[in-house]
Design a protein around this ligand. Structure first.
Ligand code: NAD
Length: 698
């Protein structure tokens, strides 16, 4: 049953009942129209109330129907809203908790609306690259006023019902209930009070004008253009709302529909919908059921108060979880503590953190030099130097002192988590938590599942990640995990491009035009070019046949490590992050190229972007094949939240699907012909080749 039908004396009550948020799936829509028909046919019923069971009126479309033909099957939402409008007996929407998207559009079709305070009201379609498609752009401006309606539609953000009720002249809510508890009774009373009022009021009949008309919409368009960047939907929201002020209601509805359908087919909307689904999917692990019992985590210990340790600690302090930090020397602890203080103080100065909250967070932080002080912590995260010997010493100590059942996590970025787990007598309690720098800011957390990691440990860490507002993606154990293993191939292509004729600026510009927050060379300067250098030195030993450009090594030999040394691929002024091209670096690249006997060629932006992005795609396909990543969507989440991949492209794997895997492989075959590139690498991963053969996508 997806909606309950009851009669309270002379009022019929239709209660949407499709947990968790009463999504308007086919069965629910059908139940609404059935209820309306039944109430209209019952002579004893004088009025109808529609409300939601549980914590929501309705959250809108049912995400289980996303992209399926069921979403459009009759009665579709437009038909349901028409049925409500056409009801011969008045229909009152009793709005509780959440009223979003299609839920708000449904309420706007009702003759009257009464809302509980504290209700979240939104039209979030723009966040999926769409505009509201069931009358939201035509009815909301009539009910709420043009400007507040457009703000709501363009931002997609929720606004509290009581704030909307205060807008002068608003007709969105006929009444505010005193509380969510009294809402049902007050709604029934309102229904009785209006039972005999005719004609029935309809939002579609309300006037819709803006006093400044065209000038206001021009202003709105300019504002939106700056914010929307690569997305077409926000500007279309303006068009649709402007149409509400210019066209007859039904003509405005036709335009809304047309815009909605056109946006559905844009790659930008597909990317956002992919992201929405991928984010939800990432928290699901095939062999770890959602209801797996979790271990209680009430306190955290962090080993190492350096760059990562401090940032990691802040995540938990922000979530109200006490943290104890351990270092080898008091000076290191003092330094770590000072950095955390400085970070919080700068937030206070910017008005982003209240002083009392700052004090509260700091009061949750304690420090120690002794492992014995950690014995009560429920989980410990190690963030010491990246050397196996150091990790071994630390994990042996942790094994000695930590209480049974405590989770032992390592923040290692390159070392084998299984080896680390085997330093202890409890490898089932060991897991990798790979935070990204700065750890208090970056959304991504790679959760590294060791061969022996217990399922409840994995489930606990995934839930904890949500608590500290991270996007957690599970990775198997391999060198570099998902993100860094792929970026290594991207970096290698960057080197070849320099050798063949590009400048760092040209590569960065092309990649940034594609939409990346930063090109590979600016990223190298930010992260520190010495990190890649150290990895390459290891690779030269491990994989002597692997092809590398030596240009980045020459740069590092000059001590140009990046922003931290004031010089890398670019120069940097003290305290500034603007890259300034450096003539010596260009000469160095040219001289090296000449020494290899390479005649530079002009490389198009398209080739630059394809070689870099398809390198990610091919390595990503290997990761899927090996089971290191569970889903292509997981890889996309890693790149969107950890590596600045352009959101409107939906991540490397989604982008490859958009280009068409056949075309991707064709390009790879072309790159393999280039004697200065790595033909071996460009062999399509077996999974990729298989998908192309079967005409499929990731
Ligand atoms: P860091 O050098 O800034 O900090 C390491 C800290 O650990 C230092 O303060 C040091 O005094 C302390 N330490 C060393 N040995 C110790 C021991 N035996 N007991 C207690 N404390 C000890 O290093 P970092 O950049 O914070 O990196 C820490 C870990 O995080 C490494 O494994 C690194 O690979 C990983 N990591 C780093 C980044 C990054 O961008 N810096 C990103 C992801 C993961």
């Amino acid at each position: 049953m997806t909606a309950l039908y009851q009669v309270h004396d002379d009022v019929a009550l239709i209660t949407l009942n499709n947990p968790p948020v009463n999504g308007l799936g086919l069965a629910t829509r059908q139940a609404i129209t059935d209820g309306l028909a039944r109430a209209n046919a019952d002579a004893a019923v004088k009025a109808i109330v529609i409300t939601g069971a549980g914590q929501a009126f309705s959250g809108g479309a049912d995400i289980k129907e996303f992209g399926s033909p069921k979403a459009l099957q009759e009665p579709n939402l437009l038909s349901v809203i028409l049925a409500v409008e056409k009801s011969a007996k008045p229909v009152v929407a009793a709005i509780n908790g959440v009223c979003m998207g299609g839920g708000l559009e449904l309420s706007l079709g009702c003759h009257y609306r009464i809302a509980a305070p504290g209700c979240n009201v939104a039209l979030p379609e723009v966040k999926l690259g769409l505009i509201p498609g069931a009358g939201g752009t035509q009815r909301l401006p009539r009910a709420l006023g043009v400007e507040p309606a457009l703000n709501l539609i363009v931002s997609g953000d929720p606004v509290k019902s009581e704030l909307l009720a205060m807008l002068p002249g608003q007709k969105l809510f006929d009444k505010m209930a005193a509380s969510v508890e009294s809402l049902p009774q007050e709604a029934l009373a309102l229904a009785r009070a209006v039972a005999d009022v005719r004609p029935l009021p309809l939002v579609r009949n309300l006037p819709c004008k803006h006093p400044q008309g065209d000038a206001y919409f021009q202003f709105a368009r300019n504002m939106v253009k700056g914010m929307a960047k690569n997305f077409p939907a926000p500007a279309k929201c303006v068009d649709a709302v402007q149409a509400a002020t210019q066209k007859k209601f039904d003509d405005g509805m036709v335009l809304e529909r047309e815009i909605f359908i056109n946006l559905m087919w844009t790659s930008e909307s597909r990317a956002l919908r992919h992201l929405f689904m991928a984010e939800r999917a990432a928290s699901k692990i095939a062999d770890v059921p959602q209801d797996t019992a979790q271990r209680a985590i009430g306190s955290i210990a962090v080993i190492g108060a350096g760059t990562m340790g401090g940032g990691i600690a802040m995540n938990f302090l922000n979530a109200g979880i006490p943290v104890k930090m351990l270092e080898m020397k008091q000076e290191a602890l003092d330094r770590g503590l000072a950095t955390i203080r400085k970070n919080y103080e700068s937030q206070v100065k910017k008005g982003k953190l209240k002083p009392d909250k700052y004090e509260q967070r700091m009061s949750l932080l304690s420090t120690t030099l002794s492992y014995d002080d950690l014995k009560d912590a429920d989980m410990v995260i190690e963030a010491v130097f990246e050397e196996m010997g150091v990790k071994e010493a630390v994990f042996k100590e942790l094994d000695r002192v930590m209480k049974p059942g405590a989770i032992l996590a390592s923040n290692t970025s390159t070392l084998d988590v299984n080896t680390i787990a085997n330093f202890t007598q409890r490898p089932q309690d060991v897991i990798g938590t790979h935070f990204f720098s700065p750890a208090n800011i970056m959304k991504l957390l790679e959760v590294v599942r060791g061969a022996k990691t217990a399922k409840d440990v994995l489930a606990t860490v995934m839930a904890l990640a949500k608590k500290i507002k991270k996007t957690a993606v599970v990775s198997g154990v391999c060198d570099g995990f998902i993100g860094n293993r792929m970026i290594e191939q991207y970096g290698r292509q960057g080197g070849f491009l320099l050798d063949e004729g590009c400048t760092p600026q040209q590569v960065d510009r092309a990649v940034e035009k594609f939409g990346f927050a930063m090109g590979p060379f600016r990223m190298g300067d930010l992260a520190g070019n010495d990190i890649g250098w150290a990895i390459r030195k290891r690779r030269y030993q491990e994989k002597p046949n692997m092809k590398y450009s030596k240009t980045a090594d020459l740069l590092c030999e000059k001590g140009r490590y990046g922003q931290k040394t004031g010089a890398g691929w670019y120069d940097y002024q003290a305290g500034k992050r603007e890259p300034i091209p450096n003539a010596e670096v260009i000469q160095m690249i040219e001289a090296h190229r000449a020494s290899l006997g390479i005649k530079p060629r002009k490389i198009s932006d398209e080739e630059i972007v394809q070689r870099l992005v398809f390198a990610l795609v091919n390595e990503g396909a290997h990761l899927l094949e090996e089971g290191i990543a569970a889903r292509a969507g997981d890889i996309d989440m890693v790149y969107l939240t950890g590596y600045g991949f352009p959101i409107h492209r939906g991540g490397p794997m989604n982008y490859a699907n958009e280009v068409g895997l056949f075309n991707v492989v064709q390009a790879m075959n072309r790159f393999a012909q280039n004697p200065l590139d790595d033909a071996q690498f460009w062999q399509p991963a077996p999974l990729l080749a298989r998908l192309v053969e079967q005409g499929k996508s990731f």
